[in-house]
Design a protein around this ligand. Structure first.
Ligand code: ZN
Length: 69
């Protein structure tokens, strides 16, 4: 995957860009949710929202770990 903010190539499944600090997984998930809303894919939307909450949690944990480095 590529960071949309600074174009750094990141390993698949990255949560936070090490170069600019962008929360890449959250940004990607937001876009998926937006696309599902536009197509009114209710089932997919519910699943994406659930995944989003999980990514928020994981990103917060990773952000804390980066701070402690
Ligand atoms: Zn970046």
């Amino acid at each position: 995957m590529i960071c949309k903010k600074c174009d750094t190539t990141l390993p698949e499944g990255s949560l936070i860009c090490p170069t600019c600090g962008e929360k890449v997984a959250l940004t990607e998930q937001k876009e998926k949710i937006k696309a599902a809303k536009e197509k009114t894919l209710e089932i997919e939307l519910a699943q994406l929202q659930k995944e989003y909450d999980e990514i928020v949690e994981r990103t917060e944990i990773e952000a804390r770990e980066i701070e402690n480095r």
